[in-house]
Design a protein around this ligand. Structure first.
Ligand code: GYE
Length: 333
């Protein structure tokens, strides 16, 4: 996975792979030529699925940005299954697309298919999530710093606890994202980092399990958490959708979300903001899904054999409950 330490070393790999992109043009394996001599870029994009509001917004952003850029987009939805993403990538290679972009459902298991893309001289751009692979196998990542999001969640929880006047021990339930996915691993890591450094004595994660980034998962797992640990003070959900599902479970158990159980989530989708404006979520760490325009720029540069930054991040903010109502009308997703 990308981190600040290997950021620079990786830049060397970019130059090398950007060179590959140039080769792809020279040897004619990119075959889409439109009138006027300029090439229509064909982009193969393998999406994770449609598990959350974030994902829907991300898909819309990719599709509309590709259209705007005038690219031919081959879009494939993997329904949260790695094997579907691997077959989609293989089919993009067989079709000789110009560039492949994908949002890897989990971090491991990509080397073989990425090597096939490299042998076919098709550059690969990661979007949203990273992989644990040989870094020469992809040119760039367009996506957020999930470890930092985890840290931000812990920092904003400090404010939430203070505002709620919570004193003493804090029993935390964590709803994790998809097991093995970069945002699940890294959000948990960033949160724990702050917790271990600053709240070793007062905060404790008493239960932690995956809800697979879905509302249904969040609801089901939270119901089980409440059975085993009825005295939970805080819920940290790795995304809004799981938090929204958990709210239903909390209400069904006769408790008040946002009061009896303080809730911090990640993403900042509209439904999350609505729940926050109703007082049911206490704070949201924003993770921007509108990656389409930046992705299209990277695709163009890579296709032309140019250099791109290794990790392209978007600007994100944190929101407390009292900001929800004002922010709601201008939320774009
Ligand atoms: O937080 C979650 C989605 O990878 C950042 O995936 C993305 C995450 C997002 O299902 O809602």
């Amino acid at each position: 996975m990308l981190n600040r330490r290997n950021f620079l070393t990786a830049a060397v790999g970019v130059a090398a792979t950007a060179g590959l992109a140039a080769c792809a043009k020279e040897d004619g394996s990119s075959s889409n030529t439109s009138s006027g001599g300029s090439k229509t870029i064909t982009l193969g994009f393998s999406q994770v699925g449609s598990e959350s509001g974030w994902r829907t917004a991300n898909t819309d952003s990719v599709k509309s940005a590709a259209k705007e850029a005038g690219y031919k987009l081959q879009f494939s939805d993997a329904q949260q299954k790695q094997e579907n993403q691997i077959s989609a990538i293989r089919s993009f290679i067989a079709q000789k697309v110009d560039v492949i972009a994908f949002s890897p459902v989990v971090v491991t298991g990509w080397d073989a298919v990425l090597k096939e893309a490299q042998s076919a001289k098709i550059p690969v751009v990661l979007t949203d999530r990273s992989v644990e692979s040989d870094e020469s196998l992809f040119v760039a990542l367009v996506g957020s710093d999930f470890t930092d999001e985890g840290r931000r969640a812990a920092k904003i929880l400090e404010k939430v606890l203070q505002k709620a006047g919570h004193k003493g021990k804090v029993k935390i339930a964590q709803l994790e994202g998809t097991t093995g996915a970069a945002p699940a691993i890294e959000r948990a890591k960033g949160f724990k980092e702050v917790m271990d450094a600053e709240h070793k004595d007062d905060w404790e994660i008493v239960v932690s399990q995956t809800g697979d980034f879905t509302r249904a998962g969040g609801k089901q797992v939270m119901a089980a958490f409440l059975q085993s640990n009825p005295d939970i003070d805080v819920l940290f959900a790795h995304n809004d959708d799981m938090g929204l599902g958990a709210i239903q479970a909390i209400e069904a158990a006769g408790k008040k979300p946002g009061k009896d159980i303080l809730i911090v989530t990640v993403d900042g989708v509209k439904d999350g903001f609505i729940a926050m404006s109703e007082g049911k979520i206490n704070a949201i760490v924003e993770c921007n899904p509108l990656l389409g325009p930046q992705l299209m720029e990277v695709v163009k540069t890579v296709h032309e054999g140019g250099k791109v930054e290794r990790w392209i991040k978007t600007k994100e903010s944190d929101f407390m409950q009292d900001q929800a109502k004002d922010a709601l009308p201008t939320r774009k997703y």
